[in-house]
Design a protein around this ligand. Structure first.
Ligand code: UD1
Ligand code: BG6
Length: 371
């Protein structure tokens, strides 16, 4: 049931304040006077000790689920102190990459049925790793075959392009980082800030959804383009990859997510006065580096669209003519949840304006159950 919406993708983008609330329901505890702020993931509580003892945490997934893991990686590394690596399921299998008994392998899948991810799970089970699932589908193959896990509880997702599952996956992985971080005194302040940030997230997502019309206007400007580059780094490298994936899969426009730190190692050659470039430059430890990326793109007359934190328009677009999109600020590690929303809206409007099928893009399937 699409309710008041024309498409499932549109509905699923707009219901993110509610889906995120459901994802967190009963799992965050903001204590009273004596209780500390903590996180409770029922499916993992008996396994946390084993996870904390593991030598490595390896995330395995495909498409959007892989991107969500990439978004959560920095906070997982920070709070767990355990090395975190990333694997695209098919690539792990192609290489028969090493997986050890001392590893915690986390399988991320909205559907819980993706063949590549399931095959990688069989492989990790054979190699003796602790296998954890993060899935949206109770009773799915991945939920059943993993040793333990967390349901993201985002509600059924119908649109082939994943939107609300992506943001809920990031939130679950941030909660996973908090749970693994446990009660380490050294990071208590940070953990409490992240928990406060999680509580505030649904209302901030509601706020960023107000950019709908602005993103529609931007889509009108970009309607006839052949290509769109999306630059991000740090917490928002994943946002660049995921934003580009959305544009590519539904709007059928070439789009590429680029790690801004790699700009001079190739992508800069593409920059001219015609190619549109979307730069994510919200406030975090990488902000000044992104400011200098913007200046260099400017110097080459790049056609810039810059996403920045509210109030920062003047400091990201000094003397320039770029288009600016201002978003609310969240705790840095949760900012990817906010920042993806305008890109989801852009992909949605571009698709409708270009006359393509939003909910069932050409050649794609919601759940890819063959290799
Ligand atoms: C569970 C109940 C929820 C109830 C809550 C009350 C289910 C599905 N969930 O939620 O309805 O409100 O207790 O405390 O009945 N699991 C895997 N692999 C996965 C995902 C999950 O093995 O990929 C396992 C978990 O380890 C756990 C079980 O499935 O044993 C349920 O997981 P989850 O729904 O996340 O647990 P709770 O949030 O505790
Ligand atoms: C398909 C979908 O390719 O599978 C994507 O079209 C999705 O949207 C990917 O990200 C992975 O799916 P899942 O269910 O394993 O998260």
């Amino acid at each position: 049931n699409k309710g008041k919406y024309e498409h499932y993708m549109q509905k699923e983008i707009h219901e993110q304040p509610e889906s995120l609330t459901t994802t967190m329901r009963g799992r965050l505890i903001r204590g009273g006077s004596c209780k500390a702020k903590t996180v409770l993931l029922g499916g993992l509580k008996d396994h946390l000790k084993t996870i904390r003892r593991s030598r490595r945490i390896v995330f395995i997934g495909c498409g959007t689920s892989y991107n969500a893991s990439l978004a959560a990686r920095p906070i997982l590394e920070e709070l767990s102190g355990i090395p975190v690596t990333m694997e695209i399921a098919s690539d792990l299998l192609d290489r028969q990459g090493p997986i050890y008994r001392e590893d915690t392998a986390v399988f991320v899948s909205q559907s819980g049925e993706t063949a590549d991810t399931l095959n990688a799970l069989e492989y990790a089970l054979e190699n003796g790793a602790l296998c954890v699932g993060i899935t949206n589908t109770v009773g799915s193959a991945i939920a059943r075959k993993t040793h333990c896990g967390v349901h993201i509880n985002a509600g059924a997702e119908i649109g082939v392009a994943s939107t609300k599952a992506y943001t809920s996956q990031i939130v679950v992985m941030a909660m996973l980082a908090l749970a693994i971080g446990g009660d380490l005194i050294s990071s208590q302040e940070r953990r409490e800030a992240v928990i406060d940030g999680l509580f505030d997230l649904p209302s901030k997502v509601k706020e960023v959804l107000k950019l709908d019309q602005e993103m529609k206007d931007l889509a009108k400007l970009l309607i006839a383009e052949q290509s769109l580059l999306v630059f991000g780094r740090g917490y928002n490298y994943a946002t660049a990859l995921e934003g580009a994936l959305k544009v590519k899969e539904v709007a059928l426009m070439h789009s590429e997510g680029i790690l801004a730190g790699e700009m001079k190692h190739g992508p800069l050659a593409l920059v001219d006065e015609t190619l549109p470039i979307f730069v994510i430059a919200t406030r975090d430890a990488c902000f000044s580096k992104q400011q200098s990326v913007i200046q260099q793109l400017h110097a080459r007359k790049g056609r810039l669209i810059v996403m920045c934190t509210k109030g920062d328009a003047a400091s990201v677009c000094v003397g320039g003519s770029c288009r600016v999109i201002e978003v609310p600020q969240a705790e840095d590690c949760l900012q990817p949840v906010i920042n993806i929303v305008p890109l989801q809206l852009l992909a949605y409007h571009l698709t409708v304006l270009r006359g393509h099928n939003v909910d069932q893009p050409r050649n794609l399937a919601k759940s890819v159950t063959t290799e």
